[in-house]
Design a protein around this ligand. Structure first.
Ligand code: GDP
Ligand code: IMO
Ligand code: MG
Length: 424
């Protein structure tokens, strides 16, 4: 089992943090490959609950090393705060956390430009997390980004920031009518990260590939979800990276041939935070009920998550592009009290029944989800750890999903805590 990848199969917040923390017990290294502090991964055990944004969700497991790969965009302020939090909790970070020298940095102007752009978008705001993610990836691909390695040389860093700021301040002021950034203060702030981040900076690709040769097991932790992928998601209402399986190779530098396990994390219903199409959304009391029972509020921004029924058309699509070898189905307990549960099995588009997930917004706006209705189990299954202890209706629900997708489920989560899990 050289590389396993954990991937959100929906629009994020499927419970990746919980599952990565759990699987970390059996691996040597956990590595984040894309996204940044837009992610909010919750980890719970006993009476403890923590949310991680940048540090991989394996950090609380003894003996596990953590990598932040080249594909991640790093906000050094958020990074240092998170390192401080984990250290204060009594966990070693130095010597266990390795940050790629090639990763790009989020700068204060990225957040300001993002805020201004959201106001300017004529197709409506994306509803981003405001963490500067989009503009940082734009700079990366425009080849004007500033990377972790640049922090090591004060003169280079100063020159790069000065060169970049000229353009950025002109854009902020002249195009968006927004406030300019104080360049000197910014340089002052960023040169200080040199000393702070230095102990963690590593050639992580070399580290990971060497570890593979030594027979170590790596778990790659995706952030966001497949339907937020910039190529395969509900564009333009997506994030600016590749949460799907290909992102693991480009974001870490591990070869695709090293991946032998692709774990799709499936929430037992659907949620989405931010704007954009959501065919099975329940914009009614039922949706409100799911939000309340599932505590569906963003781990990063606190925004209420939009809720709806499970969408197998969408899941079949994300399973296809990622090649899921197994599923982990989370939050089954949230459905405990429902009389009936619906599952979307087809879409109707212009009078025709389809199973293809349309990629264009006009079609997605028109699709009418077709549901089957299954009886609920109407009994609290929170904390069940044994498949046979699940009510027959719950087992039928899970079997229907795995049969439809033709992918087995190896993990079923019945509560937020590490120990509230069925492992098959
Ligand atoms: P991630 O971004 O995919 O890591 O997911 P988040 O942490 O943003 O959101 C998932 C939320 O559901 C968190 O509050 C978790 O503690 C919680 N959670 C995860 N698995 C389960 C589960 O099986 N049951 C319940 N009730 N909560 C869960
Ligand atoms: P985790 O890893 C859910 C959403 C935002 C917005 C869109 C673009 O916790 O599952 P961005 O700030 O990335 O430019 O915002 O993507 N989004 C997420 N939604 N979970 C996340 O991460 C998300 N990260 C970004 O709400 O709709
Ligand atoms: Mg989250």
């Amino acid at each position: 089992m050289p590389v396993s990848v954990v991937i959100g199969s929906q629009w994020g917040d499927e419970g990746k943090g919980k599952i990565v923390d759990l699987i970390s017990q059996d691996v040597d290294i956990v590595a984040r490959y894309q996204g940044g502090a837009n992610a909010g991964h919750t980890i719970c055990w006993e009476d403890k609950t923590f949310v991680l944004h940048l540090i991989p969700s394996g950090i609380f497991q003894e003996g596990v090393d953590c990598v932040i790969g080249n594909g991640v965009v790093i906000d050094p302020v958020a990074m240092m705060q998170e390192i401080g939090m984990v250290r204060d909790l009594g966990y070693d970070v130095e010597g266990r956390l390795f940050i790629s020298h090639n990763a790009h940095l989020i700068m204060p102007y990225h957040k300001r430009i993002e805020e201004a752009r959201e106001k300017f978008r004529d197709g409506g705001a994306i509803g981003t997390t405001g963490r500067g993610i989009g503009p940082a990836y734009v700079d990366k691909f425009a080849r004007t980004g500033i990377r972790v390695v640049d922090l090591l040389d004060r003169d280079v860093l100063r020159k790069k920031i000065l060169a970049s700021m000229e353009e950025k301040n002109a854009i902020l002021e002249k195009i968006y009518g927004a406030e300019k950034i104080d360049v000197e203060a910014l340089i002052e702030e960023y040169v200080e990260f040199d000393k702070l981040i230095d102990p963690y900076i590593t050639d992580t690709t070399e580290f990971l590939c060497r570890s593979l040769k030594e027979g170590k097991r790596i778990l790659a932790e995706g952030a966001q979800g497949s339907l937020l992928d910039v190529d395969f998601g509900t564009y333009p209402f997506v994030t600016s990276s590749h949460p799907t399986v290909g992102g693991c190779c480009t974001g870490l530098g591990v070869p695709p041939t090293a991946i032998d396990r692709v774990i799709g994390i499936v929430k037992a219903y659907s949620t989405r935070v931010g704007n954009g199409p959501f065919p099975t959304e329940l914009d009614n009391a039922q949706g409100e009920e799911l939000r309340k029972t599932g505590h569906e509020f963003g781990a990063t921004t606190g925004r209420p998550r939009r809720c709806g029924w499970l969408d197998l058309v969408a899941l079949n699509y994300t399973s296809m592009i990622n090649g899921f070898t197994e599923l982990a189905i989370t939050k089954l307990d949230v459905l405990s009290n429902l009389e009936e549960i619906k599952i979307c099995t087809d879409y109707k588009l212009n009078g025709k029944t389809i199973r293809r997930f349309p990629s264009d917004l006009p079609s997605l706006a028109l699709v009418e989800p077709q549901y089957i209705t299954m009886p609920g189990w109407k009994t609290d299954i929170t904390g069940i750890t044994d498949w046979d202890a699940l009510p027959i209706e719950a087992r039928n629900y899970l079997n229907f999903v795995t049969n439809y997708l033709e992918v087995p489920a190896h993990i079923i989560a019945t509560g937020p805590k590490r120990e509230q899990t069925i492992v098959l």
